[in-house]
Design a protein. Structure first.
Length: 299
């Protein structure tokens, strides 16, 4: 009888323990509209998107990363972490071997279903706007058991710094028409992209309308016809710009009103994440410097 009573107590305890575990689990909806259950606070994280890597670190959880994609390069503390492929082509074997209890990846990346089939917890998130950066930061904070107050504090700092960058721009630099190139096909950043949102907050006008989609591939002649006041582009894309038909005769090219950013600056500019404030400062400096460089007599 005593053994039976002990067995019943053990079963009751296990049931209670299981109930408590489930009650503490966090259920989060990711950008695939999939409900993801986080049973316990992740201690081993693989991040396969630079903006998500940076978000984890901005929330003070860098030490939990055990692997990242080949493009993640900030902060410097992650330099020695294993590289597990790109966001689009993750190395499934490397990720599984790292035994993560959470995999963060983009919705556009391959492998989410494969990871799930292998028993890994996957949270697919892909910030595409300023509001998305705030939202994704809150979701990652919930997944990592970071207080939402901390996530909100980080976001307020980012948002305030973008506002400060906007306020640093003199009146004569406002209203300039900008073409921002993100890659050499060429693909540009339109009004509906997070880059376009930053430009708008800085008082600039984007030559690429929102109707084209966030990052449209464009006909180079479109830019020639639009005649932007300022061109923003990475160093690697700038090299062949003058060889495009009609580009060397554009006013912005002839008057050298082109900001070409170093590779590390380009990384900051094209990532929708915690370093958006730094991106805003880079763009604000470009707008200010090129406005001051405007030839005398030009409107």
């Amino acid at each position: 009888m005593l053994e039976r009573f002990t067995a019943i107590r053990r079963i009751a305890w296990l049931v209670l323990l299981g109930f408590c575990t489930l009650s503490q689990a966090e259920v989060l909806r990711d950008d695939r509209q999939v409900d993801v259950t986080i049973i316990k606070t992740p201690q081993r994280i693989v991040s396969l998107l630079p903006s998500l890597t940076e978000t984890v670190c901005a929330l003070g959880q860098c030490q939990k990363l055990v692997g990242v994609d080949r493009y993640s390069n900030w902060p410097e503390t992650i330099a020695k972490l294993p590289r597990m492929g790109g966001g689009i082509d993750p190395n499934i074997e490397s990720v599984v071997a790292a035994k993560p209890d959470l995999v963060l990846m983009a919705t556009s990346a391959r492998g989410a279903e494969r990871f799930a089939a292998l028993g890994l917890t996957v949270l697919a998130l892909e910030p595409r706007s300023h509001a998305d950066v705030q939202r994704v930061m809150r979701i990652v904070a919930q997944a990592l058991d970071v207080p939402l107050a901390e996530s909100d504090r980080v976001w307020r700092h980012i948002d305030a710094a973008v506002n400060a960058a906007a306020q640093s721009i003199p009146a004569q630099a406002k209203g300039q028409r900008v073409y921002f190139e993100v890659s050499a096909a060429p693909y540009g950043a339109s009004e509906s992209s997070f880059i376009g949102e930053t430009l708008q907050r800085l008082g600039a006008r984007n030559i690429l309308p929102a109707s084209l989609g966030p990052f449209p591939k464009i006909n180079p002649e479109f830019v020639v016809r639009a005649q932007p006041d300022i061109i923003m582009v990475g160093d690697s894309n700038f090299a062949d710009m003058a060889s495009r038909p009609g580009w060397q005769n554009m006013h912005a090219m002839r008057t050298q009103r082109v900001c070409h950013f170093k590779s590390e600056e380009s990384d900051v500019l094209v990532r929708a994440g915690p370093r958006m404030a730094e991106a805003a400062r880079l763009m604000a400096k470009c707008l200010t410097d090129k406005a001051n460089d405007k030839p005398k007599g030009q409107p």
